[in-house]
Design a protein around this ligand. Sequence first.
Ligand code: 4AZ
Length: 230
Amino acid sequence: IIGGQETSISQVPYLVYLRQGGGFICGGSLLTTNSVLTAAHCVYGAKEQEYTVHAGASRLDQTAPVVRSVTRFHIAPNYAARNFDMDVAILQLASPVPLTTGQVATIAPCRSQPAANTYVRISGWGVQQESSRMPAAQVRTAVVRVLPGLECQLAYAGQAHLSDSMLCAAVRGIKDSCSGDSGGPLVYRGEVCGIVSWGFGCARAAYPGVYTSVASARVKHFIEKTLANL
Ligand code: 4AZ
């Protein structure tokens, strides 16, 4: 997270992080006690057995109160690795996360997309500068503005395709998600409305962050179908 501040997991109790082969890789959100919403690009091409989900932890450098292995990846069948279209996946956990563990909770998927120019919260352990490679030890958070679709189309015109499964948010040049925040939540009114997905650099004035739009028709359909079959 660029331009944000430290927070505590108690403020974002649905936020989890993913490790692959023991190393921190991405964020995610607990949708139910045994499922995590994340970005497809966080798990694409990998094996379930390489991953663990860590819940209830504020810090990356301390053992999380809850650690679960992943039994199954559900990657959106229409995920396109080439342009991040439909960058959404649900991870099925080996056993439920006890919500009695204090700082752990679930979050509901977004019912209606936040309107342009509303403010939403992003959180994660990603880098604090585009040039950094070290994730934040303590979870961080920032409030960013949802951009009008046209403003985002204009920013990326001729450089990248923005699909209907994407939304853009930023405080341009100041606040953004970055490497390591991928898969983590963009929250509006207590629901997860976006998934950190991609962008050109981080917190560049010219290039806002791009998020998978949870309430967009194709994403919503994938999430509903997947949860119904868990
Ligand atoms: C990344 O590399 C990444 N500014 C995540 C988010 C954004 C850019 C890059 C959005 O994981």
